[in-house]
Ligand binder design. Structure first.
Ligand code: AMP
Length: 143
């Protein structure tokens, strides 16, 4: 199974904000949309960074309530790791484990195609394992 299989199920919509969006607005959007991170896109649509609930917790811990007034550019991660739609589920699981993050934007030739979360990846892995087990069971019964 590949990243492209996940995207064909969930679609390629990615919620994004601009670098000047306030931390308070980002927190509200994470809550309303029930998501764990948002991409930060610059004026040209390029990926400027990513901000997850973990960054908001860090900002609150170091700035207190005034963190809510900061701009997202002040708290986001700038070096965003991305993946290609042709990468396998196992490859992206390894990237997430090694990088200690749970979100990966999917980019090909500079074009943003979607975003996969660890939840999407685990779901796909479980589906794959279920199909494998069913195929093995059918093989044993048939034999
Ligand atoms: P997460 O586990 O995705 O909530 O994120 C944990 C930390 O990694 C936060 O500081 C995020 O800004 C950062 N992060 C999340 N996704 C990525 C990514 N694809 N590339 C680089 N950093 C990321």
């Amino acid at each position: 199974m590949f990243v492209s299989d996940i995207l064909s199920q969930k679609g390629g919509n990615v919620f994004s904000v601009t670098p000047g969006t306030s931390v308070a607005q980002v927190a509200q959007q994470l809550s309303v949309r029930r998501i764990g991170s948002v991409l930060v896109l610059d004026g040209d649509g390029g990926v400027a960074g990513i901000v997850s609930e973990r960054d908001l917790v860090r900002a609150l811990a170091s700035h207190g309530a005034t963190a809510l007034e900061l701009e997202v550019r002040q708290v986001m991660t700038r070096d965003v790791v991305t993946c290609d739609p042709d990468e396998s589920i196992d490859q992206v699981m390894e990237m997430m484990t090694r990088g200690r993050f749970r979100h990966l934007p999917v980019v090909r030739h500079g074009e943003l195609l979607g975003l996969v979360s660890i939840g999407d990846v685990v779901k796909a892995r479980i589906e794959e394992a279920t199909h494998e087990a069913e195929a093995l069971k059918a093989y044993i019964v048939a034999g």
